[in-house]
Ligand binder design. Structure first.
Ligand code: SDX
Length: 393
């Protein structure tokens, strides 16, 4: 055990790896996927194209993109036996638990994914299957929760429109996804697609570093994302805004609670480990909120509360001194709700967006043959002591 161990609980300042996938600068509020700015990609690209860029490292040519889209479309169906797994969940099951369980179960239906020495083509097939099937699993987890019959994928639809069809389509009536909703969701998925070594991406990496399969590495990432300090915050933000609304919209009272060390209440959707000025994604999403809600003719009073909360917090010394600003989760739920996504599906949407980033980082880690992740610790427990029999304790 030579050498000093540097204690860094929560990895607040530890470089766990090198990576070429995503660059972010917390001071300047910069976020780039493979060198392209998030602002430009959100404006000019599509989620499926951004997914290709993250996973394969370059923007695709038309032929590459058409092939990518076709292969994904051809794999959207789940094995029919997976329906039995859905049937085993009560309608009260949180969709994130269903999602991680069903993603793990893909190893049972595609056992070749377990081979750590699979050919690059084999790995790409595993990646295609995951990109293709996760929207189906997510939509079917929602249908299971609603007690509605599942909608099978419609291969004539785009990636996002197909997801919305599987979510909201009913056999008893015509449903065509509104292009405004498709565009808004596509943009949100782009903004969530990767974020360097966040909690869930680091989880995917460390699980994958033991040569576990992509499916179970991503399932682990889904579970890490579920926590309310991470991706689960988008659901917690809406619940917090509803709580403030129910309390008469008194934001000052909740700002005071968030500042009170003895009160466990935190301003959900505020603060970030890396961004210490602003989260560029929050800026884009906030601007999109007004646009989408206006186009959809939706008035959501929680948006006014959110804006008021941001205004008061950003003029409060407690938040400014700690560099606490709105993060990606603060406004995203307002758009999800406006397009009809139920609150407990918000973090599932985050997972759908983050999937290509998890895949890109798992692929990078495995192609570099990185060693198994195994952090050390500083022991602070008992020194050696002898066993005492039960009747002497
Ligand atoms: C995501 O890492 C990523 O990139 C994540 C993500 C991604 O794309 O993958 O960006 C997605 O997870 C965004 C974050 C979503 N989580 C929330 O919105 C939950 C609320 N935020 C916090 O719990 C917190 O800000 C974190 C978890 C986001 C960051 O926590 P840190 O970096 O460990 O900071 P900290 O907890 O040490 O806080 C520093 C100080 C503390 O006060 P002091 O001890 O210095 O007096 O700021 C306070 C904290 O009490 N603080 C807050 C607060 N966040 C931090 N006080 C009130 N409300 C808050 N939200």
């Amino acid at each position: 055990q030579s050498g000093l161990i540097t204690l860094d609980v929560g990895y607040k300042n530890t470089g766990a790896t090198t990576s070429e996938v995503t660059f972010l600068d917390g001071e300047k509020g910069i976020l780039r996927y493979r060198g392209y700015s998030i602002e430009e990609l959100a404006e000019k690209s599509t989620f499926l194209e951004v997914a290709y860029l993250l996973i394969h490292g370059e923007l695709p040519t038309k032929d590459q993109f058409d092939k990518w889209g076709h292969e994904i479309t051809m794999h959207t169906l789940l094995h029919e036996d997976m329906r039995k797994i859905f049937d085993g969940f009560p309608t009260s099951a949180h969709p994130m638990g269903v999602l991680s369980s069903l993603v793990s179960s893909l190893t049972a239906f595609y056992p070749e994914s377990l081979d750590p020495n699979r050919s690059p083509d084999g790995v790409n097939l595993t990646i295609t299957r995951l990109m293709a099937k996760i929207p189906t699993i997510a939509a079917w987890s929602y249908k299971n929760e609603m007690g509605h019959p599942a909608n099978y994928p419609d291969n004539s639809k785009s990636y996002v429109a197909n997801f919305l069809w599987m979510m909201f389509g009913m056999r008893t009536m015509q449903y065509e996804p509104d292009p405004v909703i498709v565009d808004a969701l596509d943009k949100l998925l782009i903004l969530h697609a990767d974020h360097e070594q966040n909690c869930s991406a680091s989880t995917v990496r460390i699980v994958g570093s033991s040569q576990a399969s992509l499916y179970v590495s991503v399932a682990a990432g889904i579970n890490a994302l579920w926590g309310r300090l991470h991706g689960g915050a988008n659901q917690a933000v809406i619940e917090m805004l509803e709580q403030i609304k129910a309390d008469g919209g008194n934001v000052d009272k909740f700002i005071a609670k968030a500042k009170d060390k003895d009160d466990p209440f935190r301003l959900m959707g505020f603060g970030h480990r890396v961004y210490k000025n602003f989260d560029p994604r929050a800026r884009i999403i906030k601007a999109a909120c007004d646009n989408v809600l206006e186009k959809l003719g939706v008035h959501d009073s929680t948006l006014e509360i959110a804006k008021k909360l941001e205004e008061v917090a950003l003029n409060d010394e407690y938040f400014v001194k700690r560099s606490l600003y709105p993060n990606v989760d603060f406004y995203s739920g307002i758009i999800y709700r406006a397009i009809g996504i139920p609150t407990d599906m918000f973090t599932v949407m985050f997972a759908l967006g983050r999937l290509p980033g998890w895949i890109a980082q798992w692929k990078e880690m495995r192609e570099e043959n990185q060693p198994i992740g195994r952090p050390r610790q500083i022991y602070t427990g008992h020194n050696l002591r002898n066993y005492v029999s039960m009747n002497e304790r």
